[in-house]
Design a protein around this ligand. Structure first.
Ligand SMILES: [Zn+2]
Length: 274
């Protein structure tokens, strides 16, 4: 991240007004915006499924980068994945999931994943959760909303995981459970432990000491991608608003992808030595 991006990420995390929004009062579509940037991460204004990258499309990009990060983690466990699969058995042909982990959790079952990023704020910047809501309430809501859509799934696609994550990084229980199961899989591979063991924890003295940092590392990667992509939503939203035109080239999108995956995460990965 550049210095400005990092400052913006910190300001967003702290819930203070974003400096880059100084002097910006409306988005490109002339909606009035809040000083915390919530409009740019919660509104799909100007969003279109394909083509030009307008303000709202950066939200879609953020969603896709989280999907890709989960796929990347699954690949590290030797799991093959399918992206954007439609015509899933038991569902309407038009229902398209984000990701399928093939032959996971078992050899004859596949895990269908739908990613959702939940905000606690509305597009006018107003808080959408009651003050006494427990932490993670929005992530849990994101999960709960997804289950009915996929309840018709039939074997072998019958394992469904909603990957729900709040804008400030809190993951829903189902995503945490999935990451834990993947970490068990990967740790078994690293330590050469039989994955069919009832309790792999007992199978090797270094099991927990290997699994825990791996899981922390994956969680941090997901948080990092999210923080970086939140900032991309603000930066591009501001550019669009200031210039009165849209960031419309694929190159801007390619650069954002590049900067997440090829610089910062590679550095983080090499530092952690996985
Ligand atoms: Zn707008």
């Amino acid at each position: 991240m550049s210095t400005v991006e990092f400052r913006t990420a910190c300001q967003f995390a702290l819930g203070v007004p974003l400096e880059i929004l100084n002097g910006v009062t409306h988005c490109f579509a002339l909606h009035r915006i809040d000083m915390y940037g919530h409009h740019f991460t919660t509104s799909a204004c100007g969003s279109r499924p394909r083509g030009r990258v307008r303000t709202g499309n950066w939200r879609t990009h953020r969603h896709d980068m989280i999907r890709d990060e989960i796929a990347h983690i699954a690949n590290q466990c030797g799991i093959s994945v399918e992206f954007e699969r439609h015509s899933l058995p038991g569902l309407a042909p038009t229902t398209r999931c984000d990701l399928v982990l093939l032959q996971f959790p078992t050899r004859n079952q596949h895990t269908v994943i739908d990613v959702v990023i939940k905000s606690s704020f509305g597009q006018d910047g107003e808080l959408k959760v009651p003050g006494d809501a427990p932490p993670g309430a929005r992530a849990a809501k994101g999960e709960a909303d997804k289950f009915p859509i996929y309840e018709g799934l039939i074997h072998p696609y019958s394992a469904f995981t909603p990957a729900s994550i709040e804008e400030f990084g809190r993951r829903g229980p189902a995503l945490d459970k999935l990451l834990d199961a993947l970490a068990v899989r990967r740790t078994c591979q690293i330590l050469n432990v039989d994955t069919t063991q009832q309790n792999p924890d007992d199978a090797h003295p270094l099991f927990d000491r290997t699994k825990r940092p791996l899981l922390d590392h994956w969680r941090r990667n997901i948080s990092f991608v999210l923080a970086k992509e939140n900032v991309a939503c603000f930066m591009h939203g501001v550019n669009n608003a200031r210039n009165g035109q849209f960031q419309c080239d694929d190159q801007a999108q390619a650069e954002a992808t590049e900067s997440v995956h090829h610089v910062d995460l590679n550095y983080e990965t090499s530092r952690m030595n996985f």
